[in-house]
Design a protein around this ligand. Structure first.
Ligand code: J2J
Length: 534
């Protein structure tokens, strides 16, 4: 078992097996089964490339053998920093079959995040494209190698420079011992509430359940043509049901280089897409563009929306403008998924975030003292269940705060549960800014801002925004001449911070409002900056 992983207690594991959640499958076998059933069907479309199930399956086997020949062993971690490409899928299944553990970084991540992740996971390899949207990942690989000594291999999809070409990692498949279904299959990045990132271990058993149950709840089958518009390194388009759920169902995955209406509409028309998933700000963009687009979107059957709060008014425009049904999804890389269902009444689909995937998802809504609130009341959501983690990877101290004594995960989300079980997400208790689905880890950004010589003190707060839901504002007490926002963002960019974490606004203040306990009062600060309009 992977060191640093917290397994479920034995009686829970037994229950989840007995009740059929954990079926003793590995993620590698999910693809094998689909490939045996429909070898010639198209599994993945990436630009002009089309791979059949047999081809994807064989590529995964050869790549697994090639990785083993490089000396990458089961349980070793591989940092995967690939955009939406066919290689992402071949590599993921190769690692699943080998029993090596992919750590998924988002394409937007830069040196700060990548080095932190490589160190935390003690990754032995970093896999990236040569360049992507104008950014040279080989440059980044050089600093990763210099700062994270565990990284022995850099594998490049494309022109490798001094590194190894991913395409050259290829060998005759040998039967591999392979992982156990209860082993950790992958590590996902948490939305983040602390200064440094946290990794979420997902096992073969739990993730196989997750993707299969989500596929069922979204009505996927062999005729599904799923468009991956969001970056597939994220849990939502990866397995909720996403690309893995589509492959499980025997459908076709179409990879979009970006989620822009321009790229996505072209692919929806060309590939007769039936299902896709978006975050709310992209829904707004798609609705605006669809109104004057000549693209034929009539194949679209279902649009999943999640990651941040969807305004009911926006939700109501989806069916008339895009001609498809809406499925709201409230999810987290930590596990729990709630979804609206096809047979839900219209008002629940428009105004709630759905109900849990599993009958054995145990939900509790609590007050700040961890006492359950009265039914229908608002409070923090705590959860445990067959696909919700019991501990972050190698994070003993943080785990003491993130979980209750009886194993519930404290989500940091404020919710209210309706009598039928549907949840309405009303806010949060955690110090994260949800910038249209991109999670800005507040403490991490504050710590980096403090390294600027003109910043004496800083608090990053979220301010309401019509398009993104929230935008970030850095409230700064200056040391000497106040810095400009351009100076601060240049400083953070030079440190190698992902662009979505850069402050959208700057407010230079004389002092920061404090709570009775002396902590910065972020609520008061946000009210001050919005003129109390919050
Ligand atoms: C309000 N807040 C939401 C929603 C997530 C599916 C969908 C999303 C994610 C995801 C995911 C929300 N309304 N509909 O992994 O599989 C906020 C909550 C939650 C946090 C998790 C999936 N859907 N959120 O967004 O791990 O605050 O996962 O705790 O990135 O996003 O973020 P993340």
């Amino acid at each position: 078992m992977l060191n640093g992983f917290t397994p479920w207690p034995a009686q829970f594991a037994a229950r989840y097996r007995e009740r059929g959640y954990w079926q003793g499958r590995t993620l590698g076998s999910v693809l094998r089964r689909a490939a045996l059933a429909r070898p010639t069907a198209t599994a993945v479309v990436d630009g002009e490339r089309r791979w059949s199930y047999r081809e994807l399956d064989e590529r995964a086997d050869r790549l697994a053998a090639g990785l083993a020949a490089l000396g990458i062993a089961p349980e070793e971690r591989v940092l995967v920093h690939l955009p939406n490409t066919a290689e992402f899928l071949a590599l993921s299944f190769a690692l699943f079959r080998l029993g090596a553990v992919p750590v998924y970084a988002l394409p937007a991540h830069r040196e700060t995040e990548i080095v932190q992740l490589a160190r935390l996971a003690e990754a032995v390899a970093y896999v990236a494209p040569d360049t992507h949207l104008g950014f040279d990942h080989r440059e980044l690989a050089r600093s990763v190698r210099a700062q994270a000594p565990s990284v022995r291999h850099v594998l490049v999809a494309g022109e490798p420079a001094e590194f190894t070409a991913l395409a050259a990692v290829d060998a005759e498949p040998d039967p591999l011992p392979g992982p156990e279904p209860s082993d950790v299959a992958l590590l996902l990045l948490s939305g983040g509430t602390t200064g440094t990132p946290k990794l979420i271990p997902r096992t073969h058993d739990d993730y196989a359940y997750n993707l299969a149950a989500a596929a069922e709840a979204a009505g996927l089958d062999a005729d599904t043509r799923y468009l991956a518009a969001l970056p597939v390194a994220h849990n939502f388009p990866l397995a909720c049901p996403g690309v893995l759920g589509t492959l499980h169902a025997g459908g076709t995955v179409v990879l979009s280089p970006t989620p822009s209406p321009e790229d996505a509409f072209r692919l929806i028309e060309r590939e007769r897409i039936t299902v896709t998933a978006l975050v709310p700000p992209l829904v707004l963009l798609w609705l605006e563009d669809a109104a004057h687009s000549a693209a034929d979107l009539t194949s679209l059957r279902l649009l999943q929306v999640g990651g941040a709060r969807l305004q009911p008014e926006t939700a109501a425009r989806i069916a008339p403008v895009l001609g498809c049904r809406l499925q709201q999804v409230f999810g987290m890389a930590e596990g729990l998924l709630t979804m609206t269902r096809p047979d839900d009444p219209e008002d629940l689909v428009l105004t709630t975030q759905g109900r849990p995937l599993a009958a054995d998802d145990e939900l509790r809504v609590v007050d700040p003292q961890d006492r359950e609130v009265a039914p229908g009341g608002t409070g923090e959501l705590q959860v445990r269940g067959p696909y919700t983690l019991r501990g972050y990877y190698r994070a003993e101290e943080q785990n003491r705060a993130a979980f209750t004594a009886d194993g519930y995960f404290r989500t940091g989300d404020l919710v209210r549960q309706l009598p039928g079980g549907h949840l309405v997400v009303t806010g949060r208790t955690k110090d994260v800014i949800n910038r249209g689905g991109d999670k800005v880890p507040v403490q991490e950004v504050e710590q980096l801002l403090l390294t600027h010589p003109a910043v004496h003190e800083v608090a990053l707060v979220g301010l309401p925004d019509r398009e993104l839901g929230e935008r970030s504002c850095a409230c700064v007490i200056a040391r000497g001449a106040p810095p400009s926002r351009a100076e601060l963002t240049a400083h953070l960019t030079a440190l190698g911070l992902a662009a979505f974490k850069l402050p959208d606004r700057l407010a230079v203040l004389e002092r920061l409002p404090r709570t009775a306990l002396g902590k910065v009062d972020k609520r008061a600060l946000a009210e001050l900056l919005t003129g109390g309009a919050r």
